[in-house]
Design a protein around this ligand. Structure first.
Ligand code: HEM
Length: 531
């Protein structure tokens, strides 16, 4: 055990001063100037006015004044840890990515989060949980920016700002914080039939995890893996916790939030400090165009799952979290995940939500992290060589060396200042899978996205009786907080398309005077639409 460093304490004029000496280093300003007194401002006489020339005070207070950065526009409350991903090699033939080579051990950073609450909100809100993983691979950073629920509320990114506005604080009163229990959220949901599958998950026990260590994770979208030969395979990503899946019930969550709003972060921190490293298996569902074509739903629709009975999940590696951060702000707050961060062998599909996300993250981080150079911050910097001719901007730490900052160029490295710099590589470089594209420019949802109820029903009926009762109770509790009776009734109209027993229980719980009619549902399924 290391001995605590002795800190001499001296009392001067009734103040406590702890002075440097021995093992205790000297306090300095940001300019490195040693500080003689960190307790008193410079004044003209002990009772006189403060002097503007007090550079130490001005620097200290200036820095303090600028400590806050904007919190994330969503997923503001989160907790992160370091670890590693170890591949078992099962994907070697399907993806050329180095991260999937057998035995490859890749450093990772994971941030878990709630979605709707602000940075200071309670951990056990009924909410979706983010499960974002940064893999610092040998070929660059790959971010798998997932959630603990395998589907999403909306199909098109155009609706994301409206959805988030409706879920977060109402703008006039500034509350409440969660995606539940208020008029705007339920108004939006009840007018968005595509959200019904997600609603079933969010009002199930899944939405109040016991801890991050007992939580699944999902990439949600269908992605592509691309082999060394250029063959593409569709993939859905799954994280399966080694400890199994566990949740708490609403009554427990309410008590825990009151007693310890930091319950989830404390749990993760303590487990890692004790050496009880949490672990997840990375699983994949792999399928090809033929399966995608015959599947009843569109694999590009992020409100749908691919059932594990149809396409079993294969384990391709494991994730272990074994190190807490040294500094919460530097690492957990400043980490910037982005769906667009992919590496050779991993590619996108035309899922419209995914494509919208690819724009949104970089854009928001430009503001949140104060300029274009946030990839220079250690938590975001790749652990492989980074060489390009990007330069300047606020806080630039990694500018080109020498006189060459463009290419092509004719410099030949005859002097150290005249190094030609890096060059592109058709063999090693990222190439997009050449999926053919054509079609008229339209603002139109595919009809193959229009069955909003079948998978919601499948989820509800797959639950045990007690789990179904929890969904009923959660919906009654939350909807009973909605002041508009027409919004409550509209929700019951949707539930009638999911399960009659569920709709009946919720209508009774809400004491609706008149039974609403089922919401007119778009009939066609993927199969009906086939010529
Ligand atoms: C965070 C946008 C859908 C998972 C964020 C942030 C934005 C955003 C702006 C804040 C990022 C930051 O400040 O660093 C969007 C948009 C979406 C969308 C526009 C749809 C159009 C999704 C979906 C998932 C997801 C479908 C899950 C599959 C996350 C996670 C974070 C996040 C986990 C937190 C990352 C962290 O811990 O730093 N999203 N999002 N988002 N989003 Fe999304």
């Amino acid at each position: 055990m290391t001995q605590p460093k002795a800190t001499p304490v001296e009392s001067r004029g009734g103040e406590t001063h702890q002075t440097a000496g021995g093992d205790i280093p000297v306090l300095t300003t940001q300019q490195g100037v040693p500080v003689s007194d960190d307790q008193n401002t410079l004044r003209a006489g002990p009772r006189g006015p403060a002097l503007l020339e007090d550079f130490h005070f001005r620097e200290k207070i200036f820095h303090f004044d600028h400590e806050r950065i904007p919190e994330r526009v969503v997923h503001a409350r989160g907790y992160g840890a370091h670890g590693y991903f170890e591949s078992n090699g099962a994907l070697e033939k399907v993806s050329r990515a180095a991260v999937f080579k057998k035995g490859e051990k890749t450093p990772t950073f994971v941030r878990f989060s709630t979605v709707a609450g602000n940075k200071g909100s309670a951990d056990l809100a009924r909410d979706v949980r983010g499960f974002a993983t940064k893999f610092y691979t040998k070929e660059g950073n790959w971010d798998l920016v997932g959630n603990n629920i395998p589907v999403f509320f909306i199909q098109d990114p155009m609706k994301f700002p409206d959805m988030v506005h409706a879920f977060k604080d109402e703008p006039d009163r500034g509350f409440p914080q969660a995606a539940t229990a208020h008029d705007n959220a339920w108004d939006f949901i009840s007018l968005t039939p595509e959200s019904m599958h997600m609603v079933m998950w969010v009002y199930s026990d899944r939405a109040i995890p016991r801890s991050f260590r007992f939580m699944e994770g999902f990439g949600v979208h269908t992605f592509r893996l691309v082999s060394a030969e250029g063959k593409s395979t569709f993939v859905k990503f799954h994280w399966k916790p080694k400890l199994g899946l566990q949740s708490v019930v609403w009554n427990e969550a309410v008590k825990i939030n009151g007693a310890d709003p930091d319950f989830h972060r404390r749990d993760l921190w303590s487990a890692i400090e004790k050496g009880e490293f949490p672990e997840w298996e990375l699983g994949v569902q792999l399928f090809d165009d033929a399966f995608a074509d015959k599947f009843a739903f569109d694999v590009l629709d992020p409100t749908k799952i691919v059932p594990e009975e149809d396409v079993p999940v294969q384990v391709v590696g494991r994730l272990v979290l074994d190190r807490n951060v040294d500094n919460f702000f530097a690492e957990t707050e400043q980490v910037a995940f982005c769906t667009q961060n992919v590496v050779p062998g991993i590619d996108f599909t035309n899922d419209p939500l995914l494509q919208g996300r690819n724009f949104s993250y970089l854009d928001t981080q430009l503001k949140r992290l104060g300029g274009p150079n946030f990839t220079h911050i250690p938590i975001n910097a790749p652990k492989c060589p980074v060489m390009n001719f990007q330069q300047d901007g606020h806080m630039a730490m990694r500018n080109p060396k020498g006189r060459v900052n463009y290419e092509p160029n004719s410099w030949d490295g005859k002097s150290p200042r005249e190094e030609p710099g890096p060059r592109e590589s058709p063999a090693a470089g990222y190439t997009s899978f050449p999926a053919p594209v054509e079609g008229p420019k339209v603002r139109q949802r595919s009809e193959t996205f229009s069955d909003h109820y079948s998978q919601a029903r499948q989820f509800y009926v797959s639950q045990t009786a007690i789990e179904q009762r929890h969904i009923q109770n959660a919906l009654v509790f939350e909807l009973s907080k909605v002041s508009r009776v027409d919004i409550r009734a509209r929700m019951v109209s949707h539930l009638l398309n999911i399960d009659a027993g569920l709709a009946d229980a919720v209508a009774k719980g809400l004491r609706l005077k008149e039974a609403p009619k089922p919401m007119p549902a778009a009939k066609p399924t993927r199969q009906d639409l086939k010529p």
